[in-house]
Write a protein of this length. Structure first.
Lengths: 277, 460
């Protein structure tokens, strides 16, 4: 198939999906939920500072931004995963592949649509946080900006992973379950390591200390694989001005995404576009 | 009625047996309860540690069951090899040495191994710790060899001189007191008067040495660059059992300047800002007292193990964390410049301050600038020295500078005002309203198209 036709068809698929996302209520609802959570956290920070009179904080809006971008990335990837799985299930893919479309261009179209949508949502997030910073006086800071920039890597990884899961799964339900399970385990390890490592050993029992050690070791090992861990690592590296680590993490994230996308393409080629094929 | 019946002979025997049995059980329980509070001692090789913690020297112990020692790179650290009795004390969760029952220095040399190769051999050396500003000061220096012996001899001489001077002083004071008493007696009984010149002057009390030097001991003085080594004590052709350990020598990740901020209304509760990423938020119009210290950032794991070398669980799970450690006494040689935008608003010098309690029985205090000429009223020493910053809430930038005006690295901080945002909650709902608008318009346009499509055939 000629490349211009493929690009044209892929672009049409991406635009169709983008339009579909814009005209639906899902993205707006998720953004609202994220903003409400972020607002609540920021208000708590501001109120506690006002109560104390004086406070010292390192980028108070970093955590709400991390939470918002993570929820957004997971939501978009989950949507893509379900819709690919459903299209395959309902036979839409089979119809689509009658035209100038191949496996790679279809998945690239879905992936590009995800990233464009995420970047648009990210612009809204940035505007919202900037307004919140101006109103409250809470500083955005370097860590906030690196979290925002790093979230594109997170979104690309989760989208690619979502696509892989969707082409490997038999139906949308399995795709959702597998996608959520894997990501919740990764988030769980990151959160547990973050919470436990901030707790002093003096207040922990011996068994919890060893649990803490296990989660920290797991988090350290997953730092190269889990996007939730390496995005935090990226933020730390930006703060330290460690250009080498930043470059390595960005390169690793791009390689992972490319790898997952090529695996998804191979899987789609093998499994075919029809259910039960 | 059986219960009220008199106790017969067989039942008396069984009651007696029961009582004896119970007493035996109780005594056993008491015995074990008493035994459990006495720890089990074990003769073992240990390293007595006197390690540099970034600011001063900290003592510790590396017992046989803990196979790693952590020290800061490029600093003198004392590792004293001893044969002693050690035990685990569960209340504090750490190993303790019973130095008083056994403390035998193990002769030998310390071999430092890196990548399987002995890179340094350190012999036992005489050393001492010298506290130039007194024992309670954080300022400590390690002296080795002849310098240690000379410093200790000098200190011993100074103490001896002081003791002699104190004896003479006591004698002179007794003579002075008896002379004064005699003069009073003569004034009282004989009506004698004395001229000012005849009244003796009291003897001057001698000052004890202002510094302290610890007694001279022998140990290995270890000063290594960062890395992971193995150490062991060699006696002739054999390695002392239990002396092989991993030695982690760690560097700070970065260094900076810490701003210790004391708000006037809670000066005892200090807030710390150790890096430039920290922002100071000011919500009230109150003065702040700022103190500056040098800080270094270390791995939490290594630093916690350094500070708690005898605790087997110390630092576990802290491998990903870092901690800022104050590494100098308060910096007296700096000034703070306050910027608003690019304009310098003020430049502050460090001054001594005195906390004066309110006169009534109610709690309260005021912080006033210490006046060295009014020591009777304010006390001989100020409560603290600090930079007093009093600016209305707003956006500022603080920059610590040398007296020459040159900015110090890591000495910048943002100072911002913070405002209530509770009434802006509705901003979070904007995407939802936008989405509902888009959705409604879309539905409406689809509906219009559909109705147009349905009407078309009729019209045509």
């Amino acid at each position: 198939m000629k490349r211009p036709y493929l690009i044209c068809a892929a672009s049409a698929v991406a635009r169709r999906e983008l339009r579909h996302s814009f005209y639906g209520l899902g993205l707006y609802t998720v953004l609202t939920v994220c903003f409400l959570i972020s607002f609540y956290i920021a208000r708590s920070y501001a109120d506690s500072m006002l109560q104390g009179g004086v406070a010292i904080s390192k980028c108070p809006l970093e955590y709400p931004a991390y939470l918002t971008t993570t929820i957004l990335a997971l939501y978009l990837a989950l949507c893509a995963s379900i819709s690919v799985s459903r299209e395959r299930d309902q036979g839409t893919l089979e119809v689509l592949f009658c035209g100038p479309m191949n496996h790679g261009s279809y998945l690239m179209a879905r992936f590009s649509e995800q990233i464009v949508l995420f970047c648009i949502a990210l612009c809204c997030v940035t505007v919202y946080f900037t307004v919140m910073s101006l109103v409250s006086g809470l500083e955005l800071g370097l860590r906030f900006w690196s979290t925002i920039a790093g979230s594109v890597l997170l979104a690309s990884y989760t989208s690619a992973f979502g696509l892989l899961v969707s082409v490997l799964s038999k139906n949308p339900r399995t795709a959702t379950a597998v996608f959520l399970l894997v990501n919740l385990i990764l988030i769980g390890i990151r959160t547990a390591a973050s919470v436990l490592s901030g707790t002093s050993n003096e207040v922990l029992s011996a068994s919890v200390i060893y649990l803490k050690l296990a989660t920290v070791v797991a988090d350290r090992a997953l730092r190269w694989v889990s996007p939730f861990s390496y995005c935090t690592w990226l933020t730390d590296a930006v703060e330290l001005g460690d250009v080498r680590i930043v470059a390595i993490i960005v390169a690793a994230a791009v390689i992972y995404t490319a790898l997952l996308l090529s695996l998804a393409t191979k899987a789609l080629q093998r499994r075919g576009v029809r259910t039960g094929q | 009625m059986t219960a009220l019946a008199p106790v017969t002979a067989p039942s008396r025997t069984s009651v007696l047996c029961f009582l004896v049995g119970s007493m035996l059980l109780m005594s056993c329980a008491l015995h074990y309860a008493a035994a459990s509070s006495v720890p089990e001692m074990e003769d073992q090789f240990v390293y007595g540690l006197t390690v540099w913690d970034g600011l001063t020297y900290t003592s510790g112990l590396s017992p046989q069951p803990i196979d790693e020692i952590h020290i800061i790179a490029d600093s003198d650290n004392i590792l004293a090899p001893y044969d002693t009795r050690a035990y685990f004390w569960p209340i504090t969760g750490e190993y303790v040495a019973d130095w008083s029952s056994k403390q035998i220095l193990v002769e030998g040399v310390l071999e430092v191994i890196l990548d399987g190769r002995v890179v340094e051999t350190i012999a036992l050396e005489t050393y001492t710790l010298r506290y130039p500003e007194g024992f309670n000061s954080l300022n400590v220096e390690v002296l080795t060899g002849d310098r240690a012996l000379a410093a200790h001899e000098e200190y011993r001489q100074a103490v001896s001189d002081f003791n002699e001077a104190a004896d003479l002083y006591r004698q002179a004071l007794a003579e002075y007191n008896s002379t004064i008493a005699e003069m009073f007696r003569q004034m009282r009984e004989e009506g004698k008067t004395f001229s000012k010149e005849e009244i003796p002057t009291p003897p001057t009390e001698p000052e004890p040495p202002s510094y302290y030097v610890q007694s001279v001991r022998k140990a290995f003085v270890v000063n290594l660059p960062g890395g992971q080594y193995t150490i062991r004590v060699r006696q002739d052709d054999r390695i002392v059992p239990g002396s092989t350990k991993k030695l982690y020598v760690f560097d700070p990740r970065r260094s900076g300047l810490s701003f210790v901020v004391r708000p006037e209304d809670s000066y005892t509760v200090a807030l710390r800002s150790d890096s430039e990423e920290h922002t100071l938020y000011l919500a009230k119009d109150i003065p702040l007292y700022i103190q500056l210290f040098d800080v270094e950032e270390y791995s939490s794991y290594h630093y916690t193990r350094l500070m708690n070398s005898a605790n087997p669980t110390a630092g576990l799970g802290m491998q990903n964390e870092y901690v800022w450690v104050i590494s100098s006494p308060q910096r007296p040689d700096l000034r703070i410049r306050v910027y608003r935008g690019n304009r310098i608003v003020s430049e502050i010098d460090e001054k001594p301050y005195q906390v004066v309690q309110t006169q009534s029985s109610a709690l309260g205090y005021t912080i006033v600038e210490w006046d060295p000429t009014a020591t009777e009223m304010m006390g001989p020493k100020p409560t603290f020295s600090a930079f007093r910053l009093h600016v209305p809430p707003g956006e500022y930038r603080l920059q610590a500078v040398f007296s020459s005006g040159e900015p110090i690295s890591g000495g910048g901080r943002a100072l911002r005002g913070v405002r209530k945002i509770g009434h802006f909650w509705w901003t979070a709902l904007v995407p939802l309203f936008l989405g509902l608008g888009v959705y409604t318009v879309r539905r409406y346009s689809i509906g219009t198209l559909q109705s147009a499509a349905t009407r078309l055939p009729e019209d045509s």
